[in-house]
Design a protein around this ligand. Sequence first.
Ligand code: ATP
Ligand code: MG
Length: 257
Amino acid sequence: MTRIYTLANQKGGVGKTTTTINLAAYLAQMGQRVLVVDLDPQANATSCLGVDKLAVAGGTYEALLGDSNPAAYVLLNERLKLSLLPSSPALAGAEVELVDELARESRLRKALEPIAHKYDYVLVDCPPSLGLLTVNGLMAAKNGVIVPVQCEYLALEGLGQLTQTIERVRSLLFPELTVRGVVLTMYDNRTNLSSDVVTEVNKHFPNQVFKSVIPRSVRLAEAPSYGLPISLYAPASVGAAAYEALAKELLAGDKRH
Ligand code: ATP
Ligand code: MG
């Protein structure tokens, strides 16, 4: 069965992309067939997987605005055994161009229909906004939204807005939309602040927070400049262990449902 999860949080730099690609890499390493969909015009997931966004022949933009099957744009990373529907700079215009399109909120969902069945997991990486691209991401999230939250002061600020957007999409367009879980990122065990944030987030999202907490790790920040996920860049690092644990936790939870 295909599971489609969308990683969303309109706050910038909270670890959406880092979580998407590292979770994807470990799920693939565990034998799952995985597709990463880069829904962000910044194309960070695309670059983090070693693909030059300026050389992309087509990808999410074409999938959202064209009528063609996006299979033609899916790139396979042989080494990672991981597929990618890449982003390109053209995607920056999509929010505006989509406004006049029919069924503008469900373009991605529709585009994924002919290809999703080829994968066990589809992970959609959203941009840091609550605009039409993220709404398309939410509409495509058949099995739920994964919300990365950075362990820092004011981490909860803005989460209310995200929750409201999820609720609006649920009530107006997609009643089955759920939150699959919250991932705590950039945890720093040298400060009390991080552990306070963990307590707070658990209070706000009871039973919805993944037990695998992602530590702040220089290795995780370095890996993208080599176009590699942490599983290849520094497999023995604490960040690698954390993302591997998160992938196992997700898989185990999914097997139970
Ligand atoms: P945006 O909103 O711009 O798309 P994002 O939510 O996708 O950002 P990332 O790009 O994943 O966030 O992370 C922001 C920055 O923090 C990046 O430079 C990334 O390498 C770094 N980073 C992410 N997670 C960690 C971590 N656990 N430890 C150290 N650095 C991290
Ligand atoms: Mg990102």
